[in-house]
Design a protein around this ligand. Structure first.
Ligand SMILES: O=C(O)CCC(=O)C(=O)O
Length: 214
């Protein structure tokens, strides 16, 4: 069964998921002008670079670009790939503080994604790496959209349930509780979307997490 949250003017909703996790839709936390100004600035000034992913034993550069920022120059090594966070850009830091005030959560990093158009997307995955988990604190990821509206989807890992919603410019959702454990998410492709979109995912990164692959 698919639940569809396709409202054009998103209303806050405390939980979009039917079970096994929590995705809070905080609605629009920026008005259209603010969202556009942030979009224009981040599009121009964040340190965008193509991401590299390992698929079936081969490295690929993604079409979408990423930029990673944090309280420190965190390092992340995964399957032979090394990534390093930049120290906060001042405007991104101000927005992080606004998101912290909206959500009551603390974040120490932000992974930004840039999709130039609807052909650029992100496949099914969950953000359940060891560096995002702690026995003391549940994984909370706040995701802020800027620019073109895009379809975002959740799929339960063992049941047939899916949940779809449109993400609009200025809209904030928060993935928390058991969401990363039981659900995957993805950003769908669309031939109709020609405009770019930036997504900011505010996260808490544990630099010293023990990972089996490190
Ligand atoms: O662009 C989006 O909304 C999805 C981003 C995402 O899934 C991620 O950063 O893990």
């Amino acid at each position: 069964m698919t639940m569809n949250f396709d409202l054009f003017a998103p209303e806050p909703n405390p939980n979009l998921l039917p079970f096994d996790g929590e995705v809070e839709d905080c609605g629009l936390i920026l008005d259209a002008d603010q969202a556009q100004q942030y979009f224009d600035y981040f599009y121009r000034y964040l340190a965008w670079q193509q991401d590299e992913v390992l698929l079936y034993g081969k490295y690929f550069k993604t079409a979408r670009k990423i930029a990673w920022y944090g309280d420190q120059d965190y390092h992340y090594h995964y399957s032979g790939m090394a990534k390093q966070a930049h120290l906060w850009n001042p405007l991104l830091l101000a927005l992080k503080q606004q998101v912290e005030a909206e959500t009551g959560q603390v974040f120490n990093s932000c992974l930004a994604n840039l999709y130039e158009n609807g052909q650029q997307a992100m496949g099914w995955h969950s953000d359940d790496e060891a560096n995002l988990r702690s026995p003391e604190r549940e994984t909370v990821i706040a995701s802020l959209s800027l620019g073109a509206s895009r379809k975002f989807r959740f799929k339960h890992k063992t049941q047939k349930q899916t949940v779809d919603l449109m993400l609009h410019s200025g809209q904030l959702i928060v993935m928390k509780g058991q969401t990363q454990r039981y659900w995957k998410h993805m950003l769908a492709k669309s031939t109709r979307v020609l405009a770019p979109r930036i997504n900011l995912t505010f996260r808490y990164f544990y630099q010293d997490a023990k990972r089996p692959e490190s």
